[in-house]
Write a protein that binds this ligand. Structure first.
Ligand SMILES: [Zn+2]
Length: 407
C-alpha cells in the first residue's frame, strides 16, 4: 500500500511570506530540526537566487557531513531553463519546477506569452534541462492546480510523467479546494497519471490541513504515494499553509486515518522545539489554540473539564503531551545569566560554551568562534540559542559560509 511522506516548505513558502522572514542561520536550524524530526524533505530555498547560494551550498555540506539525518534538501525554482541553469552550480540535486496551469493564470498572468500548449512545452524543456544537468529528483508543480481544468491537468501530469518527472505537485495555491473536491481530483490524477502526488494546500478558507489529509487519502486510494507539503506552525503566504504537526496528528489520531501509513520515521518529540524556534525566528507567536503546541492545547479550567481530565486525561485529551515533547520545554533560568553575542568577549563566550560542554583547544580557536558568534548574533538579531551556538562551534566553516552574502 502506498504511503504518506512529508515535505516541509517553511524555508520556501514560509520564508517568502509578506512582512516576515528568516535569517540564513535560522533557515539552517530549521533544516537541522526537520532532519532530527525525521521529515522526508525540506524545500530549503531558492538556489537560483544569489543571496541564497552560500546558504544552499553550506547546508548541502552540512547534510553531507551527516548532521541532518536523512532529510533531502530540495530547491524550488520556476520551470524556466534560466532558473534551473542558475541553480545547478550550487550542487543542489533535487528540484521542484513550478509553472501555472489554470486558465485564470495562463490568461491573466502570462498575458498571451504562453498558452496551454506552450505551458506544457516549457515544463518539458525545463524537466529535460534539469535531468541533463544531473538533478536526481524532479518534482513538477502545477501552480493553481485546484482551479485548473481537470482534463488539462491530466494532460499536464501525463506529459510530466513521460518527460521523467518523479512527482507532480497539486498546488491549491489559493486555498480554494474542499476536502471532498480535492479527494476526487487527486484520486483521479493518481489513477490516470500514476505518478506520486504532492498536496500543497493553503489556508485561505481555513481548510489547509483538512484538504491535505483528504488529498493524501485520495492519492493512496488511487494507488500512489502522497507527499504532504507543510510548514512549521502553518506559516506561509497570506493565511498560511498546512501545519506540519496538525497534519501528522490528524493522520495518527483522526478517525479512520490509522490505516494510512506515514513512511517517515518521525520523532514527534522535536515538535515543541521546532515550533518554538520557528515562532521566535519569524517573530510570530504560536496561537494559544494551536493544535499540539499552543499554550492551551492541554489546559483545562471549566469545572466539568478539569474534573474529567484529572480523573482520566483521555476524557479530554486525544493524545499525550509527552508525545510531542512538551515536557522538555526549556524555561528561562532565574538569577544571574551570562550571555554571548554581537558585543561579547572571550570570558563570557568561554563561560557560555563551558555550560554547553564545549571547550576550545587554543586561544586562536576561541577567538575564531567568538568572531563567528558576533557575526551570527548581528545576523539574526535575536539571542543565540544553545543549538545555534553548538552549530557555530561544531561547523565553523559552514556557518561562515551561511553568514556570508556579497551583493
Ligand atoms: Zn504555496
Amino acid at each position: 500500500m502506498p504511503k504518506v511522506f512529508f515535505i516541509d516548505v517553511t524555508n520556501r513558502d514560509g520564508a517568502q511570506t509578506a512582512r516576515i522572514g528568516l535569517a540564513k542561520l535560522q533557515k539552517t536550524m530549521i533544516n537541522m530540526y526537520l532532519g532530527e524530526m525525521g521529515v522526508y524533505q525540506s524545500e530549503f530555498g531558492f538556489p537560483f537566487s544569489k543571496h541564497e547560494q552560500n546558504y544552499v551550498r553550506a547546508n548541502l555540506e552540512l547534510k553531507e557531513k551527516g548532521v541532518m539525518g536523512s532529510i533531502i534538501l530540495q530547491g524550488w525554482c520556476r520551470a524556466v531553463i534560466s532558473d534551473v541553469a542558475e541553480s545547478l552550480p550550487t550542487g543542489v540535486k533535487d528540484l521542484n519546477l513550478s509553472i501555472s496551469t489554470s486558465d485564470q493564470m495562463i490568461i491573466n498572468k502570462f498575458k498571451g506569452k504562453l498558452d496551454r500548449k506552450t505551458v506544457i512545452q516549457q515544463m518539458l524543456d525545463s524537466v529535460k534541462f534539469a535531468r541533463d544537468g544531473g538533478i536526481k529528483t524532479i518534482g513538477v508543480n502545477a501552480e493553481d492546480a485546484s482551479r485548473t481544468d481537470m482534463n488539462y491537468l491530466l494532460e499536464f501530469g501525463q506529459a510530466a510523467k513521460e518527460a521523467g518527472a518523479d512527482r507532480l505537485r497539486y498546488c491549491d495555491t489559493l486555498g480554494y479546494d474542499t476536502p471532498w473536491g480535492i479527494y476526487q481530483r487527486i484520486k483521479t490524477l493518481a489513477q490516470e497519471v500514476k505518478l506520486p502526488l504532492e498536496l500543497h494546500c493553503h489556508n485561505d478558507l481555513g481548510m489547509a490541513v483538512a484538504n491535505s489529509i483528504a488529498g493524501a487519502k485520495g492519492a493512496i486510494d488511487g494507488g500512489v504515494d502522497a507527499y504532504i507539503n507543510v510548514t512549521v506552525n502553518g506559516i506561509g503566504e497570506r493565511a498560511g499553509n498546512a501545519d506540519l504537526l496538525s497534519c501528522v496528528l490528524a493522520l495518527k489520531f483522526g478517525r479512520g486515518m490509522q490505516e494510512y501509513e506515514i513512511a517517515d520515521r518521525l520523532n514527534l518529540r522535536v515538535a515543541t522545539k521546532i515550533a518554538g524556534y520557528a515562532a521566535a525566528a519569524f517573530g510570530v507567536p504560536i496561537p494559544i489554540t494551536q493544535p499540539g503546541v499552543g499554550a492551551n492545547a492541554f489546559a483545562h479550567e471549566s469545572g466539568i473539564h478539569a474534573d474529567g481530565a484529572l480523573k482520566d486525561h483521555h476524557n479530554y485529551e486525544l493524545f499525550d503531551f509527552e508525545l510531542i515533547g512538551r515536557d522538555q520545554e526549556t524555561r528561562i533560568p532565574g538569577g544571574r545569566v551570562i550571555t554571548t553575542g554581537e558585543y561579547g568577549g572571550v570570558a563570557g563566550l568561554k563561560h557560555v560554551y563551558e555550560k554547553l560542554g564545549v571547550s576550545f583547544p587554543s586561544d586562536s580557536a576561541c577567538q575564531r568562534i567568538l568572531e563567528l558568534v558576533q557575526y551570527a548574533n548581528m545576523h539574526t538579531q535575536l539571542p543565540l540559542t544553545d543549538d545555534e551556538l553548538r552549530l557555530i562551534a561544531n561547523h565553523p566553516e559552514q556557518v561562515k559560509k551561511i553568514l556570508t552574502t556579497t551583493p
